[in-house]
Structure formats: C-alpha cells, structure tokens
Design a protein around this ligand. Structure first.
Ligand code: TIU
Length: 223
C-alpha cells in the first residue's frame, strides 16, 4: 500500500510516511488515570482523563494491525528516589509526595502498581517503554536515540496530560526536528480550559509546534 498518507488536521493537513512515524503514548498510567495515585494526590479529578481511554484503545488497535511502531512513556522514579529532584519532591507542599505510600503503592515509583500503564492500553512485547523522571520524554532518556535507530521522523502523540507532559514533549520534539501530530480526543487534561488552550497553542501561528487532529482521521488512512 501507499506509505505516504495525508491526514486532515489543523492548521493544515499532516503528511506522513507510515514507516517513519511512531505512535507515542505518553504517561497513560494508573497514577494519573485512577483514584489513589499521583494525579489525585495533586488535587485533581481523575475522571476527566478517562475520556481518552476509548479513543486510544481504538487507535492503538488499528495502528498495531497496520504493523506500525508504538512507543510508550511512563513518568516515575527509581525506588531509591536518586533521580527525584528536591524541587519536584517538595513542590505543592502536599502531605503526600512522590515516593510516599498510597493506595496503589509508592507514588510515581517504578515497579509499583500505580506506575503501570492502565490495563486497557497494556504494551505488547517489542513496544518500547521510556521511563522518565521529568515531564519532557526527551529529558534524561534514550527516546531520541531509539527514534533515530528506528528512522522515525514523525510522531503521532497521545496521552496525558495535554498541558504538562504532552506539551513539554511536543515542544522538545519540535526543536529536535520531529513533526508532531497531537490527537485531540486521545490527549486529556484535568482542566477543560487547559485542554483547549494547550491544543490552541500547538496549532496557532501556522502550527508553531505541530498539528492537531481527531483520531478517526488517522484511522481512516490506516485502512
Ligand atoms: N499534573 C499533571 O498535569 N501532569 C503530570 O504531572 N504529568 C503528566 O502530565 N504526565
């Protein structure tokens, strides 16, 4: 089939090559999407993010069936917390912080139940998982090396949260020369107004950091 496809997007169509494009699923972890994790500890209503689960599942199924690359990220820390900056640890003046014991294990710590990707989007063998201690998936990780080795030049980005880890990652990806298409119905925020603003910022000014589209437009070109 044709490996070069065109997806209807804003501010204009996104053209990509199926073999040079990866689906990057950011931080779809229990700690952000389920009660008792980091997101709720920060004072957020986690049900806001659940709206992204169905769309991600549908897209992931079609993307896998097309035999295309999937890369996951997870935000979290080493059990000894040696990669946790003091500023991140004490930010917010919460009674619980990263590393403390919550209902899903130690908050945002690798290997704990809350750190896992939600079961609905469970990674398959061969799908890379990038563990990161920051918000930006390129910071202190091997994501850039992996993308270069796979000859990936474009990213379709989903996950949470739109204004934090998705935005930080898309901005850095853009500076590194990757073209990013962010899928509106597959990214989520705890704050409806931030969702709108974050997506508006990406696609403003002629697509200053990237493109925005709905996932059904991508699924359409995979069939
Ligand atoms: N708090 C918030 O909106 N997000 C994060 O802390 N991490 C991610 O976005 N993954």
């Amino acid at each position: 089939y044709n490996e070069n496809v065109i997806v209807a997007a804003e501010p204009y169509e996104f053209e990509f090559n199926l073999r040079q494009c990866a689906l990057l699923i950011i931080d779809m972890q229990r700690d952000f999407l389920e009660p008792g994790g980091f997101g709720e500890m920060l004072g957020n209503d986690v049900s806001q993010l659940r709206q992204t689960v169905n769309s991600n599942q549908k897209l992931l199924k079609q993307w896998r069936e097309a035999g295309l690359k999937v890369i996951y990220t997870r935000e979290g820390h080493r059990p000894d917390l040696s990669d946790l900056s003091l500023s991140k640890k004490i930010r917010g003046r919460h009674t619980l912080c990263v590393g403390d014991l919550g209902p899903m294990g130690r908050i945002l710590v690798r290997g704990e139940p809350g750190h896992d990707i939600i079961p609905e989007l469970c990674p398959l063998p061969g799908e890379a998982i990038i563990d990161k201690c920051g918000k930006n998936a390129f910071y202190a990780t091997d994501l850039d090396a992996i993308l270069k080795n796979y000859n990936i030049k474009q990213l379709i980005v989903t996950g949470v949260t739109t204004e934090v880890c998705v935005s930080s990652t898309v901005r850095d990806a853009n500076d590194r020369g990757y073209e990013c298409l962010v899928l509106e119905d597959c990214v989520g925020s705890y704050f409806p107004s931030f969702q709108v603003a974050a997506l508006d910022m990406i696609k403003a000014q002629g697509g200053i950091f990237g493109w925005v589209a709905q996932s059904d437009k991508v699924i359409k070109v995979l069939k």
